[in-house]
Design a protein around this ligand. Structure first.
Ligand SMILES: *[C@@H]1O[C@H](CO)[C@@H](O)[C@H](O)[C@H]1NC(C)=O
Ligand SMILES: *[C@@H]1O[C@H](CO)[C@@H](O)[C@H](O)[C@H]1NC(C)=O
Ligand SMILES: *[C@@H]1O[C@H](CO)[C@@H](O)[C@H](O)[C@H]1NC(C)=O
Length: 234
């Protein structure tokens, strides 16, 4: 029987997601985030998270997203963030690495984001977290010339399966901060669909099928698109 992964009503935006390789743009200035968070404990926040939903963005474009926050000790970057995600139809894993450098902002935990040593326009704010179940990660960049802002949003959980309380809490955080959630996309986290269950017989059969599909896809992609970086996720 299929488990229900999020019981609340998500409004899913489908049209532009087919080519969701761009960050989301909104007219006007960034919403003003006025939450004051007294302290943030990086060590407690570190570790494994699962992405439950997100705004389409140009870095993380697959399903089954696993996010590992690794704390750097005594190095110039504060966090190394490893994203592992899957293209389900082709059974590909892709990994992307962000490096985070804490900004002096005293109110919210906020970080400059580096991808391949290049600083991103959009910072990463940890809007809220209880460390043990949920967190809402967000960032915004205002372009005064175009008078529009670009936002990234990621709702993450320590668990692959979330409950209604999780959704209520995280939506409340979005509402408090004036963040429009209508473009949130649900991220698939079902183990079987993600090819993460190799225990059962059915899963093994599925894996073989997926691998065959993957080979086919690889063949196709050689002539069409650049081969994505694959990994076995460590
Ligand atoms: C942060 O969390 C770690 C791990 O839970 C704990 O050992 C440490 O005391 C915490 N630091 C502060 C300042 O609360
Ligand atoms: C998965 O990979 C295939 C083959 O490269 C590609 O055509 C498809 O758009 C990808 N799907 C997603 C959701 O990225
Ligand atoms: C992708 O990563 C998941 C999680 O680590 C793993 O279970 C799965 O076997 C990987 N799939 C491939 C095709 O490497």
């Amino acid at each position: 029987m299929e488990k229900i992964y999020c019981t609340c009503v998500w409004t899913v935006f489908t049209v532009s997601l087919i080519i969701a390789q761009k960050d989301l743009q909104f007219p006007g200035r960034c919403p003003s985030i006025d939450q004051v968070k007294a302290s943030f404990n990086e060590s407690k926040f570190a570790g494994r998270w699962y992405e439950i939903s997100r705004f389409p963005n140009r870095h993380i474009i697959g399903e089954c997203v696993i996010i590992d926050f690794l704390k750097h000790s005594a190095r110039k970057k504060d966090f190394e963030v490893h994203f592992l995600f899957t293209n389900i139809s082709c059974n590909w894993n892709t990994s992307v690495k962000f490096e985070l450098v804490k900004t002096p902002d005293p109110t919210l935990p906020s970080y400059d984001v580096y991808v391949n040593d290049k600083k991103e326009d959009i910072q990463m704010y940890i809007l809220d977290t209880d460390y043990k179940s949920y967190s809402v990660i967000w960032g915004c960049f205002y372009n005064p010339r175009k008078q529009e802002n670009t936002q990234r949003l990621s709702i993450i959980s320590r668990n692959k399966v979330v409950n209604k309380g999780f959704c209520t809490k995280t939506f409340e955080i979005l509402n408090t901060n004036g963040i429009d959630r209508q473009y949130l996309k649900i991220v698939q986290q079902n183990d079987a669909t993600c090819g993460r269950n190799s225990g059962s017989k059915a899963a093994k059969v599925k894996l073989v099928v997926l691998m065959a599909v993957a080979m086919f896809c690889r063949k196709l992609s050689l002539n069409t698109i650049p081969q994505p970086k694959t990994t076995n996720c460590v």
